[in-house]
Design a protein around this ligand. Structure first.
Ligand SMILES: [Zn+2]
Length: 425
């Protein structure tokens, strides 16, 4: 049985008092027909969000009622717009997320547990106020049947995979997984946890909401940053060998993770919202943490992206039309861009992708920067981010851009996506 914690967590920083009060209709539960309609409306939206692979669902007031938009593969798309009572829909959402329905509202963040086709899905639900009414942003957190993909299946290059596996075998050190939201950091983190021998090592996780149940792991849910830091301090004092911490953005979390890795002999796996490996490293320095602590703590920084996979059928059609092969050389700057139709090959009547040009699923692109004595020196000498990046490349690091370009040359992803989503070298 999966353990699902349903209690909503209040953020540490209590939401500001509402500028615009909303009156919750006093007909809640008075009109069963309307209630059922709202439930059916939300059920339909959440079910479709899962089917379409949305990462976020926005439910918001529209001129003529309520609009539901999905974020799929980074793009916003409207799913439905209906003439409905926004306040009634929001009230129903608050009930589902375990949030107060009578003003003044105290907690603004909750979790909706949603059952669909035998699986339980969790939606982190943030309520926001605006001049036109209340809006809800739902993040698709997980289904309880955890994504148990193995590290080998994620799509890393052999060298990157070997580097990560080697870091995971160490007794101590900080492994930082960097990237923007939606870059698959949690998937890599969980695949890493699954690789660790949980019989032989004591493993804990600290997250806002546990992504999935992992047998043999002590999973903790922190309602806010303060609670997360308190849990990290507790882990440092206890007999824990490995800890996964989601999001090291704050200075205290970052310093604690480094301290756990260097002074308390823990293996720490952490995620960080940062554009590339060099930026991830410099993040710690910019927070004002002593270079010696950064240097002794960090074992590996891996940056990653998930890029949309081109529809193979459209690609084939584009080539059949006589398109020239992609002539993007890997190592040169100022590349000549390929013809438009090759950048996003698509066929308006393609059955495989409905003319979108992309098929389901994304492909991982990453860069792996193991920490070395050289890097310690760079930190002490206050090297810039670009200098760190250049030196890492000189030592053989495959960058996000170069790995993505290779995939574009193979026709797996579009050149557009490479330039859009990977930092220049
Ligand atoms: Zn297609």
């Amino acid at each position: 049985m999966e353990h699902i914690r349903r209690e909503p967590k209040a953020p540490s920083q209590s939401p500001a008092p509402r500028q615009l009060g909303f009156t919750v209709p006093d007909r809640i539960n008075h009109n069963p027909e309307v209630e059922i309609n709202e439930v059916a409306f939300l059920n339909r939206a959440l079910k479709e969000a899962i089917t379409q692979g949305a990462t976020y669902v926005h439910i918001e007031p529209a001129d003529d009622g309520v609009a539901v938009r999905f974020r799929i593969n980074g793009e916003y798309q409207e799913f439905v717009r209906e003439a409905r009572d926004v306040a009634a829909v929001m009230t129903r959402l608050r009930v589902l997320a375990g949030l107060p329905v009578v003003a003044p509202f105290g907690q603004e963040w909750g979790v909706i547990e949603f059952q669909s086709e035998g699986k339980t899905h969790l939606f982190g639900t943030q309520m926001l106020s605006s001049v036109s009414g209340e809006k809800a942003v739902l993040q698709v957190l997980r289904e309880t049947h955890m994504d148990s993909r193995r590290l080998n299946d994620l799509g890393m290059l052999d060298g990157q995979l070997a580097t990560l596996k080697s870091a995971l075998e160490q007794r101590s050190g900080l492994i930082v997984l960097c990237g923007p939201p939606g870059s698959g950091l949690e998937t890599t983190a969980y695949a890493s946890l699954l690789r660790i021998d949980r019989q032989a090592r004591s493993v804990a996780t600290i997250e806002l909401v546990a992504r999935g149940h992992v047998p043999g792991v002590h999973q903790m849910e922190a309602g806010d940053v303060d609670e997360k830091n308190a849990m990290l301090r507790a882990v440092m004092r206890t007999d824990t060998d490995v800890v996964y911490v989601r999001d090291l953005t704050g200075v205290e979390s970052a310093a604690l993770a480094l301290s756990a890795a260097s002074e308390h002999n823990k293996l720490v796996i952490a995620t960080l919202y940062s554009s590339c490996a060099a930026a991830g490293l410099m993040h710690f320095v910019k927070l004002g943490i002593e270079p010696w602590l950064v240097g002794t703590g960090i074992a590996l920084i891996q940056a990653q992206r998930l890029l949309p996979r081109l529809c193979p059928e459209c690609r084939k059609n584009a080539l059949d039309l006589g398109a020239p092969p992609d002539e993007q050389p890997a190592g040169k700057k100022k590349k000549k861009r390929p013809p438009e139709h090759l950048m996003s090959p698509r066929a308006s009547e393609c059955d495989k992708c409905d003319g979108l040009g992309y098929t389901d699923g994304k492909i991982l692109v990453c860069e792996s920067m193991p920490f070395s004595g050289h890097m310690q020196q760079w930190l002490i000498e206050k090297a810039s981010e670009s200098e760190v990046q250049a030196a890492a490349v000189q030592q053989g690091m495959t960058t996000l851009r170069s790995m993505a370009l290779s995939l574009a040359r193979e026709g797996v992803i579009s050149i557009d996506e490479v330039y859009l989503h990977t930092p220049p070298e």
